[in-house]
Design a protein around this ligand. Structure first.
Ligand SMILES: [Zn+2]
Length: 68
């Protein structure tokens, strides 16, 4: 993971917010390894997310919560 990804990882922050803080233009944001859980909006590594019944990526915490 790069510095930007590390700053977002497992946090509920917006990309815009962290880019501002790190002085990175939003259009230069490079986050190939992480994605947000579509349920709780926390950033995880893409490989840590699973698809729910509707095909949306969700984290294992939400997955357990929904009892899937
Ligand atoms: Zn989640």
């Amino acid at each position: 993971m790069n510095e930007l990804e590390k700053a977002l990882y497992r946090k509920k922050r917006t990309l815009r917010e962290v880019c501002l803080e790190m002085n990175i233009p939003l259009e230069d944001a490079d986050i190939p390894n992480i994605e947000t859980c579509s349920s709780c909006s926390i950033w995880y590594r893409s490989v840590e997310l699973v698809l729910d019944l509707d095909g949306n990526p969700i984290c294992t915490v939400c997955r357990r919560f929904y009892g899937m």
